[in-house]
Design a protein around this ligand. Structure first.
Ligand SMILES: Cc1ncc(COP(=O)(O)O)c(C=O)c1O
Length: 373
């Protein structure tokens, strides 16, 4: 069976983990954590980075920093992972779900604008498959209505919008380093603040509500409880694993690009009518996080996934609509979100991981081209 994903391990991870075993700091915020923070701040210009134990934790930090009051509203795409919404629901906000665009699963400013009212405080964008939302239009909308923009950049490491790194455009951002992501450490994530006004409180929330960061910088002679917080920081073992991956980022991205382009060359223009392939707008780069097909219908996707499975290939669908989920359907305002429903029914992801060979890619594309509706 060709699996959907196989987490990448460059080989250096083990030697860095061994270093942690022999060091005096195994908990969080040690040397490897600092190396990772420095890498992201230097390469992508993020103002403040804080590694987290997951992308979900990073989103929870973003939500806590928005200082939401009961009844405040947050606009979130329905076609996303549950964590994007849960982080804000935990803060007692009402989550107003937006539809996806027609060209790709991202939300558009045109879809967001009618949902804004006097209670709206935050827009959370998801750059699906690492392909940017149209951020100029969304940031202009946010500025006009004095809203905070959080980028859910879970898929988006090393991807750009008009030359600007994803995660550097909104007021805050959250990345994921879960094993399915381009760069991984098993479970992991990163909080990013690009707006000065969130940085001090972010450090406090990250360190269990204490000003330990200021103590370490010598700014105070003891540290104590200042605010709400949690234990969001990962151990040095995770950071060491992640650092080994970051050192190999160029190689990882190059290999993923090779795989993505081999799929695309074999499939674009060659699939039967009714199938569509990923759409990358001119303003966005591709970080080769995902290769997906849009099938003509749910029925066709089900048959295609079964056919691939019977021929040794594990393809997968992706998100289920959040607005009509069991947990949320009675809280949703009843609007139809047809594009979201369509992506939920028809999107199918192909295997994409570092060790996928050309022979395996060719086997998969041949199967797809031989599939009879
Ligand atoms: C869009 C999106 N946001 C957030 C998350 C949560 O990330 P994590 O699994 O690292 O908690 C995911 C998970 O894949 C995701 O796809």
């Amino acid at each position: 069976m060709i699996p959907f994903n196989k987490p990448y391990c460059s080989g250096r991870e083990l030697s860095y983990i061994k270093e942690v075993c022999h060091s005096t700091t195994m908990s969080g915020n040690g040397d490897f954590t600092k190396l990772c923070h420095g890498f992201f701040e230097k390469h992508y210009g993020f103002k403040k980075c804080l590694l987290c134990t997951s992308g979900t934790d990073a989103l929870e930090m973003c939500a806590m920093l928005c200082d939401l009051q009961p009844g405040d509203e947050v606009i979130v795409p329905s076609y996303t992972f549950v964590s994007t919404a849960i982080a804000f629901l935990r803060e007692k906000a009402y989550v107003c779900f937006a539809d996806s665009g027609s060209d790709n699963p991202n939300m558009t400013a045109e879809q967001i604008e009618p949902l804004i009212n006097e209670k709206t405080k935050v827009i959370v964008v998801v750059h699906y498959a690492g392909v940017a939302c149209d951020m100029d239009a969304i940031m202009a909308l946010a500025e006009k209505h004095h809203l905070i923009v959080v980028e859910d950049a879970a898929h988006s490491v090393d991807s750009y919008y008009k030359g600007r790194p994803l995660g550097s455009i909104g007021h805050m951002a959250a990345f994921s380093f879960h094993e399915t992501k381009n760069i991984n450490c098993g479970e992991g994530g990163m909080f990013v603040a690009n707006d000065e006004r969130f940085i001090r409180r972010a450090e406090i929330i990250w360190e269990k509500g204490t000003n330990r960061a200021e103590f370490y910088r010598g700014m105070v002679n003891k540290y104590g409880w200042c605010d709400m917080g949690s234990s969001f920081l990962p151990s040095e073992f995770n950071a060491a694993y992640l650092w080994a991956q970051l050192e190999q980022l160029g190689d990882i991205q190059g290999q993923r690009r090779h795989i993505w382009e081999r799929y695309d060359k074999a499939l674009r223009g060659h699939l039967p009518e009714g199938f569509r392939l990923p759409d990358i707008p001119d303003y966005a780069t591709n970080n080769y996080h995902m290769y997906y097909l849009l099938c003509p219908s749910l029925d066709v996707r089900t048959k295609l996934m079964d056919y691939l499975k019977n021929n040794g290939v594990q393809a997968t669908f992706h998100y289920l609509p959040l607005h009509s989920s069991k947990y949320y359907e009675d809280k949703h305002d009843g609007r139809e979100l047809p594009n979201c429903d369509r992506y939920a029914d028809t999107l199918m992801r192909l295997p994409l991981f570092y060790e996928l060979t050309d022979e395996e890619i060719d086997h998969i594309t041949k199967l797809l081209l031989n599939f009879k509706l």
